[in-house]
Design a protein around this ligand. Structure first.
Ligand SMILES: CC(C)(COP(=O)(O)OP(=O)(O)OC[C@H]1O[C@@H](n2cnc3c(N)ncnc32)[C@H](O)[C@@H]1OP(=O)(O)O)[C@@H](O)C(=O)NCCC(=O)NCCS
Length: 163
């Protein structure tokens, strides 16, 4: 490696398991995390209900992976079917931000999961997420004002795609 190249973080993906659920719920319970993602608070029970569907293998419309950083659970990346299209999303605990982890984790996911096209939507204010998508070859398809839902805060939203 030359002296001006960034070292690659030690990142791997593995299938999700029930033990990940409280760790991942704690990550998204951080108000800073939620304000970046434009997500509303979710109860532990609501989170576990979804996570239980994924870990039991019942959810054929979701392909989720846990992200490990040096063997520690640091976040999650996954795709799910929304309105007949596969949408990808990711999130890390705030203590892991800014180390190139999401970029690398999404690259690993795209290698493992060959479904295309894959859509990604992100708040226009989420500069880190936009950059993660661009660095992985996603292109901007459209923008819109996404109205508030029970899960998301209303915001200007960018829709990216990879073919
Ligand atoms: C968005 C998120 C996944 C980024 O993760 P990360 O591991 O910090 O991202 P990376 O370190 O791989 O950074 C990727 C690029 O974005 C840039 N970046 C990261 N955060 C940034 C920020 N807040 N502002 C501007 N640029 C940012 C990095 O500098 C890097 O670009 P570079 O390689 O050109 O320097 C993380 O902030 C997160 O988990 N947020 C909460 C959940 C979320 O928003 N999920 C996505 C949409 S639902």
């Amino acid at each position: 490696m030359s002296s001006n190249e960034k070292p690659q973080p030690n990142i791997s993906l593995r299938p999700v398991c029930a033990e990940d659920s409280p760790i991942l719920h704690a990550f998204e319970s951080d108000p800073v995390w939620r304000s970046v993602a434009m997500m509303k608070p979710r109860s532990k029970e609501a989170f576990h209900r979804i996570w239980d569907r994924i870990t039991s293998g019942e959810a054929t419309d979701i392909i989720q992976r846990t992200i490990l950083y040096d063997g520690e659970v640091c976040g999650t990346v996954g795709a799910r079917i929304v309105d007949d299209q596969w949408h990808v999303g990711y999130g890390l605990g705030a203590q892991y931000w800014g180390r190139g982890i999401a970029t690398r984790a999404l690259a690993l996911y795209l290698t493992e999961v060959s479904i295309r096209p894959l859509i990604a939507t992100t708040a226009a204010s989420n500069a880190g997420s936009i950059r993660v998508l661009e660095k992985n070859g996603f292109t901007l398809q459209s923008t819109r004002y996404a109205p508030e839902t029970d899960r998301w805060v209303g915001c200007e939203e960018l829709r990216f795609v990879i073919q």
